[in-house]
Write a protein that binds this ligand. Structure first.
Ligand code: NAD
Ligand code: TYD
Length: 350
């Protein structure tokens, strides 16, 4: 029987990971620790919240005494660490919040694991969930491999790179059993609508301008979130200690092409004339330090652990649009209050 601490389980990817582990492993005890920031939402987990192998703990990973107390009480076998500040635009406005949660919070978890697993690391595992953004930006050619040197550009990616280095340092220095995965951009249900795809779906639905940064020529490599959760499951159970895996779906899209595809899907779903939604596309001032292109080479994961993405992008995007159209209440709840203030501030001068 395993007791696993999943951090950030009320967020976008974390909620998919929690759901997968609760459903797939009824013998495991899953403890979801989350601060419930603007991005954390327990409504993401209503389908599994009453399961006997699931429990939620509201806590902040920057609060070291609280984290230590929890490790002392719970005797976890493993940590899957996803809690983070995750939005690049917010990191440009307020980098310190990213240092606090992504760096200090991660080190607090590593310290607790080191302290309470001391002397008996066997069977214990610290899995750190990271991003491809630590590798920096690509020009038109090439892909990120596990050997690509770190070269983060935004405060977000710098804070994630820093936490990755700490995780490896705790493996090399103290012998902690760690694994790290670096994944490309995710999309799917329960994605907070400050990120490109859910923001665009929400705006198209409401007939609002769809802001595209610069000329829309930046390229992102999109992976369905449930494929990411399945990759985390496989890596958690099968990777050798100290290993790193890149996760991605070989699915590169220029932002502007993606938005046009989304507009075509939404025209169909909303019964609009073809080309109607695309009229909402509005080019706005580019993001400072905007990384041109991300592309992940996930050959290692595919060859060593036999993981392959399950969904074609067009199919996944359509499923995602359907989910947002069927879950108006979820969308209305997360876009009220603070979201409105954030939106005003972020886009008023662009
Ligand atoms: P998210 O912003 O949707 O969720 C983050 C969660 O962490 C929220 O539930 C939030 O309440 C919680 N949290 C934030 N600060 C906390 C704190 N101090 N203490 C406890 N909980 C806190 O993020 P996401 O998109 O689900 O990303 C999850 C992880 O995956 C992050 O580590 C991110 O860097 C990584 N990642 C994300 C993507 C992506 O495309 N979204 C891609 C690769 C890697
Ligand atoms: P985002 O979803 O914020 O993810 P990331 O910056 O981590 O890749 O942005 C995805 C791409 O979309 C990125 O190139 C920035 C761009 N973008 C826009 O053009 N308009 C927007 O309103 C947002 C939020 C992002």
């Amino acid at each position: 029987m395993k007791k696993i601490l999943i951090t950030g389980g009320a967020g976008f990817i974390g909620s998919h990971v929690v759901r997968r582990f609760v459903n797939e492993y009824p013998d495991y005890q899953i403890v979801n620790l989350d601060k419930l920031t603007y991005a954390g939402n327990l409504a993401n987990l209503t389908d599994i919240e009453d399961r006997p192998n699931y429990r939620f703990v509201k806590a902040d990973i920057t609060d070291a005494p609280r984290i230590n107390e929890l490790f002392l009480q719970e005797n976890f076998d493993a940590v899957i660490h996803l809690a983070a500040e995750s939005h690049v635009d917010r990191s440009i406005t307020d980098p310190s919040a990213f240092v606090m949660t992504n760096v200090i919070g991660s080190v607090n978890l590593l310290n607790a694991a080191r302290e309470y697993w001391k002397g008996s690391y066997a069977g214990k595992r610290f899995y750190h969930v990271s991003t491809d953004e630590v590798y920096g930006a690509l020009s038109e050619e090439g892909m990120f491999t596990e050997q690509t040197a770190y070269d983060p550009h935004s405060p977000y990616s710098a804070s994630k790179a820093s936490s990755d280095h700490f995780v490896r340092a705790y493996h090399d220095t103290y012998g902690l059993d760690v694994v790290i995965s670096n994944c490309s951009n995710n999309y799917g249900s329960h994605h907070f609508p400050e990120k490109l795809i859910p923001l665009a779906i929400n705006n198209i639905k409401n007939g609002q301008p769809v802001p595209v940064y610069g000329k829309g020529e930046n390229v992102r490599d999109w992976l369905w979130v449930e494929d990411h959760a399945r990759a985390i499951d496989v890596i958690f159970h099968q990777a050798k200690t100290g290993e790193t895996y890149n996760i991605g779906g070989h699915n590169e899209w220029k932002n502007i092409d993606l938005i046009h595809l989304l507009c075509r899907i939404m025209d169909k779903k909303l019964g609009r004339a073809e080309g109607e939604s695309a009229k909402l596309i509005t080019f706005v001032t580019d993001r400072a330090g905007h990384d041109l292109r991300y592309a992940i080479d996930s050959t290692k994961l595919q060859q060593v652990l036999n993981w392959v993405p399950s969904l074609q992008f067009e199919e996944g995007l359509e499923k995602t649009v359907d989910w947002y159209l069927e879950n108006e209440e979820w969308l209305a709840n997360v876009t009220s209050g603070n979201y409105q203030a954030y939106y005003e501030n972020q886009y008023k001068s662009r």
